[in-house]
Each structure stands twice: as C-alpha cells, then as structure tokens.
Design a binder for this molecule. Structure first.
Ligand code: ZN
Length: 258
C-alpha cells in the first residue's frame, strides 16, 4: 500500500526481524515447517517486531532486542494513529537483551550496537559470508527526514562502525541489497556530519528552524510537509535540524570528533 517493502531474513535457523502485524498470517505461513531457534530484532519498531509474540510462542524461542529495557521508550508503547494504521500494533512480547553473538545450529550472527535511528538498534554480522543485516541504519543516501527520537551523531558513528567491517553484502530492513556498501555508508555519514554542522551554524546566525530546513534541503519541501503532517510531526526534516542542535553536546558527538 505504501510502496515500501519490509524485509525479514532467515539465516539458518536465526530470524532477523519479523515484519509487521498486518501481514501476520502470511508471514507465519511462510515459516511453517521451518525451525526458528532465535528471533533477532534489528530494532524495536513495529514494522520489524510486529510478529515477535506469535513467533516466540510457536517456536518456543527467545526474542532478542538491543537495549531491551528501553524498547518502549520511543513511541512504540502507544503508537500514533498513522503507525497503527500503516503497520498494526506488535502487541506486547517478551524480549531478552541482545547477546554479543547469537548462535544458530549452523550459522551465527555477531551483534554491533548501531543506535541513531533507534536506541535499540543493532547490526547483525555474519562474518563467514561477509553479510551484514542493517535494519533501518541505511534507508536512503545522504541526510534526510528523521523520526523525532533520532540522534544523527549516533547514526554517524553507527554507519562508520558498520562500514569498518568492510561487508561484502548489506541487507536492509526495507528491501535493499547492496554489495560492497562501505563507501556508501561512509558517504552517508559524511553527508550527515556536514548537513548537521550547517544546521547548527545557520541557527547561530539567528535563522529559524523552518528557514534552515528550506536552506539545507532546497528541494522536496512540500512533500516533506505532507509527510510531517501525516505523521503528526514524528517524521520530518525539521526533526533533523532540531536533533542536530539538541544532540550536539552529547557524548556521541565526542565520538564523532575522534
Ligand atoms: Zn525503524
């Protein structure tokens, strides 16, 4: 309906993400007869964790989430209407903290913290095949609209951390498969650094946030306002501009300057 794919991956008997609850019946059917030993969530957003509860019940397996104690803190406990309408609610499910390595029967995944888009975000790395599963770490190139809770500086550090693996293949949470993604991950990180710095600098000149948005993102502003309205302000370029300032003095910014 949105023209936006959502991906889940079965890696041996480890399941990376679980889709959204509106496709529950079809998703569970696809996995019928397959063994799932553990569910590894790239992050706790309802389009990736929508079927964790039923899967854990059917397969008697754990569900791993990074920073799981904070998983309801980013607007997921009470979804805004557009999110409930787009994806459906995942409902409550039991989660355990994401281990440093998740062992399947024949394949295993190493986890890297990858916050920025969400505090719960991790990347899952299969060294044997050079494949990294990156959820929503890289949705589109460059700096763009973000969710209200996002931290662009942490995202930069995460993009560089995943790039440092020099993966052969990156599989994202929304249908993108990219070979040799490291240069594009680094390019996105640089673009975010530059755009955030410009946003902060323009604010210092006294420019208001809306004018900054129009200056640093010269095209597509009408579309952005439509999305902003549709998501009740939860997703916009304005959020990027504000987050660039709000998180400027966080510890993650120190990481950025290293
Ligand atoms: Zn997400």
């Amino acid at each position: 309906m949105l023209g936006f794919e959502v991906s889940a991956y079965l890696v041996g008997d480890l399941l990376v993400d679980t889709g959204f609850s509106h496709v529950r019946d079809r998703f569970l059917k696809v996995l019928e007869g397959r063994r799932v030993r553990a569910v590894c969530c790239t992050h706790n957003h309802e389009d990736h964790t929508g079927n964790c509860g039923p899967l854990a019940a059917i397969h008697g397996c754990p569900v791993y989430v990074g920073n799981h104690g904070l998983r309801w803190s980013e607007g997921v406990r009470r979804l805004k209407p557009y999110r409930a309408w787009f994806w459906g609610s995942p409902g409550w499910y039991e989660a355990r903290e994401m281990p440093a390595e998740v062992l399947g029967t024949e394949r295993s995944l190493r986890t890297l913290p990858a916050p920025g888009h969400s505090i719960t975000h991790v990347a899952l790395w299969e060294e044997a095949t050079g494949t990294v599963f990156t959820g929503d770490l890289f949705i589109a190139p460059g700096a763009s609209a973000v969710m209200v809770q996002e931290n662009p500086y942490e995202l930069v550090a995460s993009l560089r951390r995943v790039a440092a693996l020099e993966p052969r293949l990156m599989l994202t949470g929304h249908g993108l498969a990219m070979e040799d993604p490291a240069p594009r991950l680094r390019a996105k990180a640089e673009m975010i650094v530059d755009t955030a710095a410009r946003a902060v600098e323009l604010h210092r000149t006294g420019m208001d946030d809306r004018a900054i948005v129009r200056t640093i993102f010269p095209t597509g502003n009408r579309r952005d306002r439509v999305i902003e309205a549709l998501t009740q302000g939860e997703f916009s370029r304005l959020n990027f501009v504000r987050a660039a300032r709000r998180h400027l003095h966080d510890r993650s910014t120190a990481v950025l300057r290293q």
